[in-house]
Design a protein around this ligand. Structure first.
Ligand code: HEM
Length: 260
């Protein structure tokens, strides 16, 4: 038999994967579909990151920018999906929330992989997963791999012959990178001199800003939907989420802006 649309896309599996726990609550379907589509886009972002890494390692600046542009479009799309979920009222959500028990987006390991890739390293995130699980293994691996910014710095040192200090290139990757004042003037010079490099820096900054935008839209969605209740994942909810709103993935790229 010839391959069909449904068979190729495994629609049987895909469309049978929405199983509301409260079938009488109309909005639970939306809640599930939105979360599942987020996870699919997270999967795509993680897939794109492989190409981005390869491009930076291989010195293909244009390919890196093309991939970043796609990743940015995906990020904008997921941020916009908040609008759809915000059509669910606190009343509708309250009607099925207790069925979620302790399940929470807090446990999204693909989101944690993205955070690790962006340099938000925090080994304690691994505690959410059993040591024998695939989630634990992939996060543990990601914790020791170079972040996007580290790959960018390798690229800068290789292809622009910039003297990025060795201790930065070989830093302990399990710790978050807080920025380094020695990097700022090096990036600033390249930024002024090379238009393509400038575009790359701006795209990275777009991505950083887009990620902060996601955190902001998410916390406002949470605030309007559950107010100041604790999260199902066990955190204090809004006050926990507010702490990360302005975290920067690429502090040096923000810092160069004070020196123009
Ligand atoms: C009505 C909608 C939503 C509510 C009320 C909500 C609520 C929360 C709360 C309270 C937390 C804090 C952790 C906890 O104690 O549970 C959290 C974390 C999180 N949620 Fe949501 N959420 C919603 C929608 C979403 C959507 C659509 C996604 C998309 C995947 C998502 C992804 C996440 C992630 C990744 C975290 C971890 C954030 C971090 O640790 O910084 N949430 N959510």
């Amino acid at each position: 038999m010839e391959l069909t649309y449904s068979a190729y896309l495994k629609l049987d599996q895909l469309l049978n994967s929405q199983q509301p726990l409260s079938p009488d609550e109309h909005d639970e379907m939306l809640f599930i579909v939105i979360h599942q589509s987020y996870e699919l886009w997270f999967k795509q972002l993680l897939h794109e990151k492989e190409l981005l890494n390869q491009s930076l390692t291989g010195g293909c600046e244009f390919q890196a920018m093309a991939t970043l542009r796609r990743m940015l479009s995906i990020l904008k799309t997921v941020v916009n999906q908040v609008d759809i979920l915000e059509t669910m009222t606190p009343l509708s959500f309250a009607a099925f929330r207790s069925r979620l028990s302790t399940a929470s987006g807090f446990q999204s390991w693909q989101f944690r992989l993205l955070e690790f890739y962006l340099g938000f390293r925090d080994a304690s995130r691994l505690r959410s997963y059993p040591e024998s699980s695939e989630e634990f293994r992939s996060l543990h691996k990601a914790l020791h791999e170079p972040s996007l910014f580290e790959n960018f710095l390798f690229f800068v040192s290789e292809h622009y012959n910039s003297d990025i200090p060795e201790d930065i290139l070989n830093r302990d990757r399990t710790q978050p990178y807080q920025g380094d004042i020695r990097v700022v003037p090096l990036l600033l010079n390249l930024y002024k001199e090379h238009p393509t490099f400038r575009m790359l820096c701006e795209m990275l900054t777009d991505f950083d800003e887009g990620f902060q935008e996601w955190r902001y839209r998410h916390v406002k969605m949470v605030e309007r939907t559950i107010g100041y209740k604790n999260g199902t994942g066990g955190s204090e909810g809004v006050s926990y989420l507010r702490k990360s709103i302005f975290l920067q993935a690429f502090p040096d790229l923000w810092n160069i802006r004070s020196d123009f």
